[in-house]
Design a protein around this ligand. Structure first.
Ligand SMILES: Cc1ncc(C[n+]2csc(CCOP(=O)(O)OP(=O)(O)O)c2C)c(N)n1
Ligand SMILES: [Mg+2]
Length: 331
């Protein structure tokens, strides 16, 4: 019998189940956030749906004790893997004082948590890219064993920040993993109207680094390519550019109506490749998952989602004076 793909990659059955559970947790938190938004309880949602495999596959390939992640707004799968809890994510959704990302001051999706090596980002897309390059430069100067992992959308790969950051990392051979989560749209603009080249990864050669395009619906393929990139980075061989191809299964955000720019059939077709379904099917085919275990995992996930929702909904808001903190000096 042929060896299972995850065993070939050195991943145990327990590890791939953990990956699946993390993907499912991200999906269920996201779904709950949409319900809360439509019920008028939380102001805004920007989804990870459709990108969980890329996010979780990549984050599992990194070292949580050493590496820094600079995620973008859809990366719930990355931050959950690095240790942010469902409760903390819900506190951010409800904009409560205890939200570790910003104390409820930022929109959801502006992830940042020092304890878990999640570097805070800003609202202009792609600003996290030069930050990741800077952290990698500092790590190299201090001779630390670390890589930085930065994500962004394919639309964002057209911003100057990406090109400046990638070139600097290429010149100085910095341990940066640039991962573009290509979900085929930048709000209403389809991929065909975004890139002059065929693939985002075609740009790697211009910056002296290897480039790869992989199936973003397959967490194992993403794990493999990110693991290899991390190993190259640790060996001093410089940066890598990885493009994960998937599809944005929701509108851009809770404030967008995607029916105005894409056909419902297109979305329905993409849903047949939903990574939660396809990875679940792989785990069943290989005998790692069965219906009973699937139910047990789903129940455990839903318990966490319910507890996080109740906790965050009942948590206090910050005092109004808090709005003045971190804006002006205290002197
Ligand atoms: C510099 C800048 N320009 C425009 C925006 C508004 N904006 C927010 S998300 C977004 C689309 C980004 O698309 P992409 O990079 O493909 O990421 P996706 O949302 O598809 O994951 C835009 C234009 C912004 N936040 N920052
Ligand atoms: Mg996009």
């Amino acid at each position: 019998m042929a060896e299972n793909r995850h065993h070939v990659l050195g991943l145990s059955d327990e590890k791939v189940l953990e990956m699946y559970e993390t993907m499912l947790l991200a999906r269920r938190i996201d779904e709950r956030m949409w319900l809360l938004n439509r019920a008028g309880k939380i102001p805004f949602v920007i989804s990870c749906q459709g990108q969980e495999a890329a996010q979780v596959g990549a984050a599992f390939a990194l070292d949580k004790e050493k590496d820094y992640v600079l995620p973008y707004y859809r990366d719930m799968g990355v931050v959950l893997t690095f240790g942010m809890s469902p409760k903390e994510l819900m506190l951010s959704g409800f904009a409560k004082a205890e939200d570790p990302n910003s104390g409820g001051r930022q929109m959801p999706g502006h992830f940042g948590q020092k304890r878990n090596r999640i570097v805070t980002g800003s609202s202009p897309v792609t600003t996290q890219v030069p930050h990741a390059v800077g952290v990698a430069l500092a790590g190299k100067m201090e001779r630390k064993d670390l890589v930085t992992f930065v994500t962004f959308g394919e639309g964002s790969s057209n911003q100057g920040d990406f090109h400046e950051g990638a070139n600097f990392a290429g010149v100085h051979k910095l341990p940066v993993i640039f991962m573009c989560e290509n979900n085929k749209y930048a709000i209403s603009v389809p991929i065909e109207k975004q890139l002059g080249c065929e693939k985002v990864s075609d740009r790697a050669i211009g910056y002296g680094m290897p480039g790869f395009t992989v199936d973003g619906n397959d967490p194992l393929e993403v794990y493999k390519v990110v693991k290899e990139a991390a190993n190259r980075g640790r060996r001093g061989e410089g940066p890598s550019l990885i493009e994960t191809v998937s599809y944005r299964l929701t509108p851009h955000s809770s404030d967008d109506d995607d029916r105005s720019y894409r056909a419902p059939d297109e979305v329905a077709k993409a849903k047949t490749k939903d990574p939660i379904i396809t990875f679940g099917a792989y785990l069943k085919e290989t005998g790692v998952l069965n219906d009973e275990l699937e139910k047990e995992i789903n129940d455990r996930v839903m318990k966490q989602v319910n507890e996080a929702t109740d906790y965050a909904e009942n948590a206090p808001y910050a005092a109004p004076e808090h709005a003045l903190k971190y804006v002006y000096g205290d002197k």
